[in-house]
Design a protein around this ligand. Structure first.
Ligand SMILES: [Fe+2]
Ligand SMILES: [Fe+2]
Length: 297
């Protein structure tokens, strides 16, 4: 039993590809069949892609979390312990609490799906308004979703483990300050900076007469954000990396310890891409546009 998802012909340079993508529901296997015609000689290949995030209800909870730390947030949501004392299979733990194990399993598989953004994307070719919207929907929304939970988790872990691990107090202080500053920072970008950048782009493209007035009133906040606030973020990230030895768990660290460090590493990776888009593409291009507008006012 399967249902067909997509079928079509694609041309890449001189190569004709016929792609049929099918999904087998029962065993979670996706089949990608590609018939390639290259210089009139057909080549057939069949590639099997296994869905790696399939979770069994009989799996033990610590094993699920150790295999993918992102599942910890689902167990927290349902109030299921996943650390030191949790030695139950998923289904048994759900039955004890009267929770639908299938719903938990669905949530676990959803959070472990990998969504990747190809580095072939040419962010530098995008319009500034579109790039600003991308940053808001991909990076700002991500931070709003993860930072409160990450702060809560780290604070509660530190409370019980600070005597054993001396670095946790400073780590929690720095991370929580950074997280709270980030939440203010992204709100300011969305309320003031990004709308301004969109006005600059619009004025630039349409050669509008009031553009120079906007430039003079709002160019300084953009520069402050780019130089001062982003530098503070990078300094905090550097200290967090030092304190955690680049997010390496200490020997014999428990599952919660590993989950906290891996979550911080994920946030670090996202922030690096976020700051890159703003520092190296969005802001320099906006500043270049405003300088040109000022010259021609
Ligand atoms: Fe941002
Ligand atoms: Fe920013």
């Amino acid at each position: 039993m399967y249902h067909e998802v997509q079928e079509g012909d694609f041309h890449v340079n001189s190569i004709r590809l016929k792609l049929i993508i099918t999904v087998h529901d029962q065993n979670h296997v996706e089949t990608l069949q590609a018939n390639l015609n290259f210089n009139s000689e057909p080549i057939n290949s069949k590639i099997m892609i296994y869905q790696l995030n399939h979770i069994e209800k009989q799996s033990y909870i610590p094993d699920i979390v150790n295999r993918d730390y992102r599942t910890a947030s689902v167990f927290r949501k349902y109030g299921i312990d996943f650390c030191c004392g949790a030695k139950l299979p998923l289904e048994a733990a759900c039955n004890i609490r009267g929770i639908d194990a299938d719903a938990v399993k669905d949530d676990l598989e959803r959070v472990t799906q990998n969504l990747t953004v190809s580095n072939m994307l040419r962010f530098d070719k995008w319009g500034l308004g579109f790039l600003a919207d991308y940053i808001v929907h991909i990076h700002h929304d991500y931070l709003r979703a993860i930072l409160p939970e990450a702060m809560e988790s780290l604070k509660s872990f530190t409370k019980g483990h600070q005597k054993k691990y001396g670095y946790l107090l400073e780590l929690t202080d720095i991370f929580c300050s950074l997280a709270n500053e980030m939440l203010v920072h992204i709100a300011q970008e969305e309320e003031v900076i990004f709308p301004y950048i969109k006005q600059i782009e619009h004025a630039y493209e349409n050669r509008e007469s009031y553009a120079s007035l906007l430039v003079r009133t709002l160019s300084k906040p953009v520069e402050d954000m780019r130089t001062h606030e982003h530098e503070v973020i990078v300094r905090s990230l550097n200290r967090i990396r030092e304190l955690t030895n680049n997010y390496e768990s200490p020997a014999n660290a428990c599952t919660s310890h590993k989950v906290n460090l891996l979550t911080l590493e994920e946030i670090d990776n996202d922030l690096i891409q976020h700051l890159h888009l703003e520092n190296n593409i969005l802001f320099p291009k906006a500043i270049k546009m405003e300088q040109e507008l000022l010259q021609h006012r």
